[in-house]
Design a protein around this ligand. Structure first.
Ligand code: GLU
Length: 478
């Protein structure tokens, strides 16, 4: 039985990299009939951010990456929030102390600091110098009795090569001489991430630890802890970094990195997931478009690649357009409607928006596009695109358009076909190209030089609106 976990720390919003990690966990569990667990790692009390858990949960829920077990949901291996498991960590670390695999360290922050400064001045590794590793039992008892602040560190053995087999990276080895005597319990009594994650992964019966590559160098410590406890380690799967175009780790400076910001900008969760999944994984063929269900079927953790992947914002936008076009007009209108209010615009009538969505189909790549890219569907243009006026509004335009507006007003049915026929017949009768009318008409009814299919757009706007706008343009434009 596969059991995987996503273990975010509540230090802020959910990062797109975090969502990808959660997704890989989810896909592996779904694909193999396993369990996906959500654990909250809140042992670093200095980095906690209020409401972060709620915001993480909201982002996961929006994305549809729903855990089977874990924080808030519950399950029989809980609690799933690390700050509620302190007694477990203390019991576990006591075992290590009893077996001489961990030790009390009373070094003050000042001592550690000057030790590090000295070592780094000599150009040596600034790992803990193991000053307290050889304190006698009596001294330790005495100092504990006096109430001196302490941490508990793990004893890293000398001259060991620690090797494990990573699902993505293959065999990985670290020399123990390069591993620090890691703090397991801090002065505030909270465990460090390393102790808590190992204990929890074991007790929660996690079979595969899928996490970001930044944790690779911590893994030897974890392997040793499993050994010290006499536990079988899980399989490790370190997924590659997400980088920007200059090869650096993707950060806020490059653009949006929070899942929430993509939601707010009008991205669809299925597009974001599809895009993120392909950053670091491919199906082995040319396919690129996947729904979440299709990803479940196609995904295999063995195909996650080693090399870092560049986050291509343009590609994400393109994928969003593809996923939008896979939806019905009604569904898109339903999803797009709330954005009007969020953007401070008056929401259109639902049935009207369905028509706008239909006309905009090929042009919309974001749910917000219906509100931002085509304001003319909701209000008369207040101005006319200058460059387009210059290019399209000719001396003959006024005469042609005044005459045609009246024909349009009298047109029997107001369909794209009849409007088009009326325009082309009229152009022919005047011995001018249809373009002499099409461009200025678009300008008059939308204020823009470009847009969706003119005749379909006019049908959506309706006769009365088109005639009004044409007359207005004839008044305003020379
Ligand atoms: N709490 C860690 C983080 O926020 C999780 C690391 C892991 O998955 O082991 O990235």
């Amino acid at each position: 039985m596969v059991r995987v976990r996503f273990a975010p720390s509540p230090t802020g919003y959910l990062h797109v990299g975090g969502l990808r990690t959660a997704l890989y966990n989810y896909l592996m569990a779904r694909g193999l009939g396993g369990q996906f667990i959500l654990r909250i790692e809140d042992t670093d009390r200095t980095r906690l951010v209020e409401d972060a858990v709620e915001s993480l949960l909201n982002s996961l829920k929006w994305a549809g990456i729903t855990p089977d077990e874990g924080a808030v949901i519950g399950g029989d291996k809980g609690p799933y929030v690390q700050s509620e498991r302190l007694d477990i960590y203390h019991k576990m670390v006591q075992k290590l102390l009893d077996e001489d695999k961990a030790y009390y360290c009373f070094c003050t922050p000042e001592r550690l600091e000057s030790m590090r400064a000295e070592l780094s001045a000599k150009g040596e590794s600034t790992a803990y110098d193991r000053h307290c590793r050889s304190l006698s039992k009596e001294e330790v008892q005495e100092r504990l009795a006096k109430g001196e602040p302490y941490v508990i560190r793990m004893k890293i053995p000398d001259n060991r090569t620690i090797t494990f087999n990573d699902v993505v990276r293959g065999e990985v080895s670290f020399e123990s001489s390069l591993v620090d005597d890691q703090v397991l319990i801090k002065t505030d009594g909270f465990p460090t991430y390393h102790l808590a994650a190992v204990v929890d992964d074991h007790l929660m019966e996690i079979t595969h630890v899928i996490r970001g590559e930044e944790w690779l160098s911590s893994t030897p410590k974890h392997i040793l802890l499993y050994e010290y406890f006499g536990w079988e380690p899980p399989r490790f799967v370190h997924v590659p970094l997400i980088i920007n175009e200059s090869g650096k780790k993707l950060s806020k400076r490059d653009g949006d990195v929070s899942v929430e910001s993509y939601r707010e900008k009008g991205y669809l969760p299925e597009a974001l997931l599809n895009f993120l999944c392909l950053l670091g994984w491919n199906p082995g063929d040319e396919r690129e478009f996947f729904t979440l269900d299709e990803l479940v079927k196609a995904f295999s953790i063995e195909r996650v690649r080693k090399s870092a992947s560049v986050f291509d914002f343009g590609k994400l936008l393109y994928m969003n357009g593809l996923h939008m076009r896979a939806k019905s007009n009604e569904e898109l209108a339903r999803l797009a409607l709330p954005f009007f209010e969020k953007l401070g615009k008056k929401a259109p009538d639902f049935d009207y928006l369905v028509k706008v969505v239909e006309v905009m189909a090929e042009r919309a790549n974001l749910l917000t596009d219906y509100a931002t890219e085509a304001p003319y569907f909701y209000e008369d243009p207040q101005e006319y695109e200058e460059a387009a006026v210059k290019k399209r509004w000719k001396p003959v335009t006024h005469g042609l358009l005044s005459e045609w507006t009246e024909l349009l007003n009298a047109l029997e049915d107001f369909t794209p076909e009849s409007i088009e026929k009326c325009l082309r017949d009229f152009a022919q009768s005047k011995e001018v190209g249809a373009g002499q009318l099409i461009h200025p008409v678009r300008l008059a009814v939308s204020g823009c030089g470009n847009g969706p299919s003119l005749f379909h757009m006019m049908e959506v706007l309706g006769r009365e609106c088109c005639v009004r706008r044409l007359r207005k343009a004839l008044e305003v434009l020379p």
